[in-house]
Design a protein around this ligand. Sequence first.
Ligand code: FES
Length: 114
Amino acid sequence: MPQLTIEGVGSFEVPAGKRLVNALVDECGIDQLHACGGIARCTTCRVEFVAGEPATMRQAEQDVLAAKGLAGTPGLRLSCQIACDADMTVRATSRFAGSGRKDCGARPTDAMQP
Ligand code: FES
């Protein structure tokens, strides 16, 4: 099983292929925001990769990062658009605590969307 390390939090084994956004919540106990429910619209599921950033990016992630002016930001990726298929180390920078939001957002589906 891939190992997911959250800087300043710890390291966790996560099921291979699980959506990163859901692994952050389920296996790592992170209060990760995912306001749009994991459909590549909001960018609140963003994380900063320290190591193990996937080499490829889904079209939906490319499109929303470009639309929000975030394309090309080093290490910034959308956890709803990434599967845990290798060891990764990230900073969980977009969390419910202190966000002022009423909740984290609807739970993203197990299957990648859109
Ligand atoms: S872009 Fe909204 S949860 Fe990922």
